[in-house]
Design a binder for this molecule. Sequence first.
Ligand SMILES: O=P(O)(O)OC[C@H]1O[C@H](O[C@H]2O[C@H](CO)[C@@H](O)[C@H](O)[C@H]2O)[C@H](O)[C@@H](O)[C@@H]1O
Length: 214
Amino acid sequence: MDLSNGSPVISDPMSMSQSLMGVLPSNMMPFSVRPGGYSGAGGAGVNVSRRKIEEVLVSGLLDAMKSSSPRKKHNVVFGQENLPEEDPAYSAWMAKCPSALASFKQIVASAQGKKIAVFLDYDGTLSPIVDDPEKAVMSPVMRAAVRNVAKYFPAAIVSGRSRKKVLEFVKLKELCYAGSHGMDIMTSSSAHYEHNAEKAKKPTSSNLLAIFCL
Ligand SMILES: O=P(O)(O)OC[C@H]1O[C@H](O[C@H]2O[C@H](CO)[C@@H](O)[C@H](O)[C@H]2O)[C@H](O)[C@@H](O)[C@@H]1O
């Protein structure tokens, strides 16, 4: 666990658990990147072209996630979710936080000129839901997609599992990991992330897009 500077990566767990896609609240400072330290294109996702965003997120990660999604089992057609219109609160929430699986075009459109950070769940997102939790392995295709995402954007996996267990399954050192529902956080030295709000230029709601895939 790396809590050496006492600053948690995630400062707003409500946004994490409730949003599928959204702009980070202004008090949230997830990652900064040491000057020259991040090998991804354009620093922390800045100036990544729309084409690259589509290639990395849509063709790579999105397609892999659709294969793993438990919704597939229930024949949910992506993009055609039945919203319970009779529940205005739920409809309003879905309008504000649309499903990432169904709204990637919207995400790509919103991403222009912004820093992007990607937060991924493990079970049911990066791995299929299976009866035995020890067998919830990640496919090589998914691993390659996630590795590619981490080349271009700060990327983290947030899980209810222990961090050690998720790392055993994922095997990618270039990511950040938050295990035990965010109580145990490890940042990635190989990606040169740091989470010191003092050193980073504070993002505003207009220049940072956080994509949550839960
Ligand atoms: O936050 P997550 O990464 O989604 O972890 C949530 C729980 O995931 C695991 O349980 C779920 O996946 C299992 C494997 O597919 C499945 O057998 C189980 O029914 C699901 O609930 C994990 O075992 C739990 O410890 C996590 O809290």
